[in-house]
Each structure stands twice: as C-alpha cells, then as structure tokens.
Design a protein around this ligand. Sequence first.
Ligand SMILES: C[S@@+](CC[C@H](N)C(=O)[O-])C[C@H]1O[C@@H](n2cnc3c(N)ncnc32)[C@H](O)[C@@H]1O
Length: 259
Amino acid sequence: MNTTQPYAGNLAVLYEGIGDSLPFQQLADTLAVPLYHAVSADTQEAFFLSWREGALKLIDRELLKKGGLSVDIEPRNGEQRSWPAPKQGALAQAIGRKTTRVVDATAGWGQDGLAIFRMGYEVLCIERSPVMAALLADGFNRLAQQNWMQNLQLQPPKLLTGNAIALLSSLPTRPDCIYLDPMFPPKRKKSALAKKSMRVLRDLLGDDDDKEQLFAAALATANKRVVVKSPDYAEPLGGKPDVSFQGKLLRYDVYLVDK
Ligand SMILES: C[S@@+](CC[C@H](N)C(=O)[O-])C[C@H]1O[C@@H](n2cnc3c(N)ncnc32)[C@H](O)[C@@H]1O
C-alpha cells in the first residue's frame, strides 16, 4: 500500500445531493481522496464513503445500490440489552473479571470494542486506517446520541487514530488489558465464511503484516494481560498462550503479564 496516499485511485467520497455537502468535502479533504456527485462506468475507484440514512457508510461497487456498511452500534445477537451486559462468554472470560481498562488496539468495525464497552469495561479504541477511524468516529457519535447512553450519562469509547505500535508506549496510563484482532491471511483465497464487512476490510487494507511487532508493543504496555483473537487455524501470535478460550471458529489467546 502507498503510505503517502494510501487510498489513491481506490476510494472516493460520494455526495448524492442530500443535505449539506460541507462534511462530505471535509471528509474528502481529510482523506485526500476525490469528491464525486455520481458514479459512472468511467469511475475507477472501488470504494466510496457517503452518509446515508444518518450513518457514514463504506460502499463498494457491489453495494452501491444496497446501502453500504457502517459501524453497527446495536448489541450483537444474543447479547443482553441491559447496561452493563453480563460478563459472559469466551470474550468476557478472555478480558477477565478483574479488568477495568481495556485498549482495543485494532478497532476495525468496532464490533469487539463495542461489545467490551457494553459489558461495562472502560474502552479506548486505536485504529490506524483513517477510513475506518472516520467510520468509527461516526458510529461513536451515533452511540453517544442513544437515549440509553444519555440516560446513564455514559460516554462512548475514546478513539485514537494512528499506529498502535507507536501509540501504546505513549499512553498516559497503562491499561489492564490490550485486545488485539489483527487481520490474518485467510485459510482459502476467497473465504466464503468471512463476513462481508471483514472481506471489504481486507480488500481495502490488506493483511496486517506487522502483527508480531504489535504483539510485542502490547506485551510491553499492558498491566495485566494481552488478548489475541485468532482464527482457529492460525498459530498463536505470541507463542504458547497462558490460557485460551474457544469461540466459534476462533480462539482468544490470553498472555498474562503479571504472573
Ligand atoms: C480484523 S480488523 C478488527 C476487527 C474488529 N475487532 C471488529 O470487531 O470490528 C483489524 C483492524 O486493525 C487495524 N490495525 C491493524 N494493525 C494495527 C495497528 N498496528 N495499529 C492500529 N490499527 C491496526 C486494521 O487497520 C483493521 O482495521
């Protein structure tokens, strides 16, 4: 990926004539990508960002008519709709009952970070892709406006944009737990099992080839533990974990710092 113009030729902001165009222009400027008013056969970009139905959406050509993908702020299937949701299941076991502060250093679509937040943990999200960070910021703004958040006077997770390998060492306070879910190469080339949102992420960003450095930075920073979410076919990122919790087609490998 070209690091000075990471999205050149691949991404544009799309203003479809609804509402104020200024935020669209500002987003295009921030990401250094073009602003279009329509998509034609000549348009070369594969991805578009646009506000539709009150949410910022990442739209690929296949989804152009359907609506696109945004950060989902609703509880996941089977999750209890109370706050805090019970600390149950493999993710909660991996994060740990005694944990208070969690850094989700690979925030992506924010689905794990938000589930951790809804269980009552204090969450800071880090995301290095400016596109994903823009989608997350929009999702966290929508979350802040939910009645239940306002009634409980809760603030959404904090968000830092940048590379966690550098940012972790400059945090003002060390978190109890650092949660990592980097992109692993798929088992098969076109994994039919991968969710659409994760396939789009891989198409846009590619694999995370510096996961070992991220793991080392996390281990040096966390006060109590590092949790790595990993597909069940992948080798553990940090060697043999202290304990593992099995989820559906995945594992949470836990590395304890304070043994
Ligand atoms: C597999 S996705 C995470 C999905 C996320 N757990 C969720 O529930 O939506 C991995 C994300 O981590 C980000 N990432 C990977 N390495 C990073 C790093 N060193 N610093 C910050 N973000 C990173 C990628 O840009 C990508 O958006």
